[in-house]
Design a binder for this molecule. Structure first.
Ligand code: 4AD
Ligand code: MG
Length: 477
């Protein structure tokens, strides 16, 4: 007999038909009521064992965490909490679970504890809800771009240069670390390495993405990126996924519009397609909020925040305007910021970004035209000679969710900037050639996938929205 997923059965009219379900026991009450979950939905299916219909030895093996295969009649439920239930006729234990040793008891566990058992936390309501939403967002990202005629380009994971300068990189080598070959100067001889040169894991697919935007017009990448920065924060991972659209013929304003459309589309998709999981996560977030002191609680619930983003325009303002607001802000005057904002040109810290988003505007903010000295070499230089056409999208509770820019398409300007910043001009030969052969104005941005998932699920630590987080001193599993 073919197994039916619980999600499907919950939407099926119960007529006493015989069905088969398989899944893991969440709870077993009164030697009679099994709450079975197969991960297809946050909801459990109640399976009811008639008294004395199953032998005692088997009954004892129905424990939290055990894996069961059940056949029975699908009937309208008499109890409250579910509309249908399965009246068990056959029950098979597929996998026992020693209740004494199983770390997941039917009670609330801390997220910190669950991170230590990442191989089992997938069986919890919270993590499975997050991962279903994560799936839905990945799917919606492809759908959004496909609907708009963007092509999905797979940029390489192993790359030869750190042209981006986005952060420290993980080296890729097959040389013997204990006894590497040396050159005549006593340095490691990378000519003998696998690729005949130094290589590392990519920090961004952008530069390669640009080569395809200048051929297919509108492309995007969606893949893993790696940064060996030692940031032990709730917003940083060493391995994270990034979505990087790159568009020929877009200026910075077109770029900001696309970023807005994408974020609103994704949040709307989640509201329309993940309502069960979002309702659960909304309640979870509310319970967590209730444990915080009043002044730290957010004014809106998760669902209210999501609706707010879909229904309201984002606030656009230049870096220069933001600096004025920050300089005159109460926390700045009272020196409440850890980094007091004194002059134009400083990089914004997350405390400043959060002030703008959460206190001043109370909505998502897009900052643009940043000082060139705090931004990457490839950003298009503005006429004022001080700023570049960069943009960051800042979200409540998250801070920076997107970073992007219009790209410098003028060969002479780009080359000058590369030289000013002491970047390896030789390694960037191919990137520079794009500006020699049929250059075009173009723009793009990077959306941090896990930061998006943080926002949509209301989770507060980025380590809980990726199945197996990678961060300093942690790569088990
Ligand atoms: O601002 P970033 O560094 O921009 C780039 O890499 C550009 N090449 C993107 C582009 O224009 N195509 O990173 C983009 C986004 C950030 O806004 C943030 O959401 C996320 O990637 N991000 C991280 N997410 C998790 N952990 C980290 N360590 C992250 N670093 C950046
Ligand atoms: Mg950035």
């Amino acid at each position: 007999m073919k197994r039916v997923k619980i999600k499907e059965l919950l939407a099926t009219p119960p007529t006493g038909q015989v069905v088969k379900i398989q899944g893991w026991v969440r709870t077993f009450r009164n030697n009679q009521f099994i709450a079975l979950n197969d991960g297809s939905t946050i909801q459990n299916m109640q399976a009811v064992v008639a008294l004395a219909s199953i032998d005692d030895a088997t009954l004892k093996r129905i424990t939290t965490g055990a894996c069961l295969s059940i056949q029975g009649e699908l009937i309208a439920s008499l109890g409250k909490g579910q509309s249908v239930e399965v009246k068990v006729t056959e029950l098979e234990i597929l996998g026992d679970c020693d209740a004494e040793k199983f770390p997941l008891q039917p009670k609330k566990h801390s997220l910190e504890f669950l991170r230590e058992i990442a191989h089992l936390r997938s069986r919890t309501n919270t993590i499975s809800a997050v991962m279903r939403v994560r799936h839905a967002m990945a799917f919606a990202i492809h759908r959004f771009f496909n609907e708009r005629g963007f092509y999905y380009i797979h940029t390489p994971i192993i790359t030869g240069s750190d042209a981006e300068g986005a952060g420290d990189m993980f080296r890729v080598t097959t040389l013997d670390g204990k006894n590497p070959p040396l050159d005549e100067n006593g340095h490691i001889n990378h000519k003998e390495d696998f690729f005949g040169r130094e290589t590392n894991l990519t920090v961004s697919g952008q530069l390669e993405g640009e080569t395809y935007a200048l051929a297919l017009s509108e492309i995007y990448t969606f893949g893993p990126t790696f940064r060996a920065e030692n940031s032990n924060t709730a917003r940083h991972l060493a391995e994270f996924w990034m979505i990087e659209p790159e568009m020929a013929f877009y200026d910075i304003h077109d770029n900001m519009q696309l970023a807005t459309d994408l974020l609103q589309y994704l949040v709307r998709y989640a509201l329309d397609n993940c309502s069960d999981d979002l309702e659960f996560l909304n309640k979870r977030a509310q319970e967590e909020e209730a444990t915080k002191p009043q002044e730290q609680r957010s004014e809106l619930s998760l669902l209210e925040r999501l609706k707010f983003v879909v229904e309201n325009d984002f606030q656009k303002l230049s870096y220069t305007e933001a600096i004025e607001i920050l300089k005159n802000s109460t926390p700045n005057k009272k020196k409440k910021f850890q980094y007091v904002v004194e002059e134009w040109g400083v990089d914004l810290q997350s405390e400043h970004e959060r002030y703008l988003v959460e206190k001043h505007f109370k909505k998502p903010v897009i900052l643009y035209n940043y000082p060139k000295n705090i931004k990457a070499f490839y950003m298009r230089q503005n006429e004022d000679d001080k700023t570049v056409a960069a943009m960051d999208v800042l979200f409540p509770g998250i801070g920076e969710i997107i970073g992007g820019s219009q790209r410098e398409e003028r060969h002479d300007r780009l080359l000058k900037r590369i030289q000013e910043m002491n970047l390896p001009e030789k390694e960037l030969w191919w990137y520079l050639e794009l500006r020699k052969f049929g250059s075009a104005p173009h723009s793009g941005f990077g959306l941090g996938f896990e930061r998006l998932i943080l926002f949509v699920t209301g989770m507060t630590n980025i380590r809980d929205v990726i199945p197996f987080p990678r961060f300093p001193k942690s790569a088990e599993f």
